[in-house]
Design a protein around this ligand. Structure first.
Ligand code: GDP
Ligand code: CA
Length: 312
């Protein structure tokens, strides 16, 4: 079976681990969000692609959900001693190596898709990992605080401010002129099913869908999504702050309606949201907490079963 998944960072990566566990023989292409990418210390950092690569490749810090296991922070301390920031974005020594390799290759003229493939040669994630685009797209957030009204990079709002200042709007800067990376549309067209893992609907899945051509290609397929919202709250993180910014309620039903019946055929919600009813979308409920690989595999299996039911 050919499966395409659109993934952000932690929620996407954990789901994908379950998907690989339950469907090890399938051919899985992951289209990763690059709207969170940022340049710091002269290096290009792709947090969501790396979270997927490290998680599936066995190098992730399991407790944190991002960054490398067995990490040290000597480089960060040395930079701080020179007063070189930002101090709010944590990068470990092992992680730095990934960003150095990526930046060297980008500077040599390789597109991000080729760089990602080269990094995955080491990590062997068991899926084909593609950035949504090779073009530069950055999520920016308009906020207003003591320093006035201004747009900041998504990471500054999310990591430095912990989304504590309300977002007045969220924009994918550069998205309208971006092209899907090589292989993205082809993989979607060839897919038997497209899965939307429980990733952030606004700044992960929403950003991927904002790249011209991707949404239409996905909408033409059998699409099943897994709700990242359980009982009216994100399981972890601050996705509610993103949903509020775009005027969508933090509920499993509102997120499905936001994706819309033109995009989504099936929607998995948690048993806490069993009453969820969305026009034009087949809703099924089951436990959706990704507590371990086994439980996550069962969620992924339920998504594939629902897709099978809806495409037959
Ligand atoms: P990020 O890029 O690291 O923020 O990660 P994603 O966009 O891939 O996923 C973040 C989303 O995962 C959060 O908004 C949570 O709602 C969701 N999430 C995290 N853990 C779980 C879980 O155990 N079950 C479900 N259903 N959603 C989860
Ligand atoms: Ca992210």
């Amino acid at each position: 079976m050919r499966i395409v998944a659109l993934a952000g960072g932690i929620g996407g990566a954990r789901f994908l681990r379950g998907l690989l566990h339950t469907a090890p023989e399938s051919d899985i292409t992951v289209v990763g969000n690059t709207g969170d990418d940022i340049s710091l210390f002269g290096l290009r950092i792709c947090p969501d692609l790396d979270t997927v690569m490290y998680t599936l490749g066995g190098g992730i810090n399991e407790d944190q959900g991002w960054g490398r296991a067995d990490e040290t922070f000597t480089l960060r301390e040395e930079l701080a001693a020179y007063d070189i920031g930002p101090a709010w974005f944590t990068l470990g020594d092992r992680d730095f190596a990934t960003h150095i390799v990526r930046t060297q290759m980008l500077d040599a003229g390789y597109p991000l898709s080729a760089v990602t493939e080269a990094l995955c040669d080491r990590w062997r994630p068991g899926v084909r990992l593609l950035p949504m685009t090779d073009d530069r797209v950055e999520t920016h957030v308009v906020i207003e605080d003591a320093d006035g009204r201004r747009a900041v990079h998504f990471q500054e709002w999310w990591v430095r401010l912990h989304a504590g200042v309300p977002a007045q709007s969220i924009a994918s800067v550069g998205a309208e002129d971006a092209k899907p990376a090589p292989g993205v549309l082809e993989a979607i067209e060839a897919a038997d099913v497209v899965i939307l893992p429980p990733s952030n609907p606004v700044v992960s899945v929403g950003t991927i869908l904002a790249v011209p051509g991707i949404r239409a290609a996905v909408a033409a397929k059998t699409v099943v999504g897994v709700s990242p919202i359980i009982g009216g709250a994100p399981v972890r993180g601050m996705a509610d702050a993103c949903l509020t910014a775009i005027g969508v309620d933090t509920s499993a039903a509102a997120v499905a309606a936001h994706y819309g019946p033109d995009l989504l055929d099936g929607w998995l919600v948690d048993t806490a949201d069993a009453e969820t009813d969305v026009d034009g979308i087949a809703v099924r409920s089951r436990p959706l907490l990704m507590t371990d690989v086994e439980a996550t595999g069962q969620i992924a299996r339920a998504a594939l079963d629902l897709a099978g039911e809806l495409s037959s």
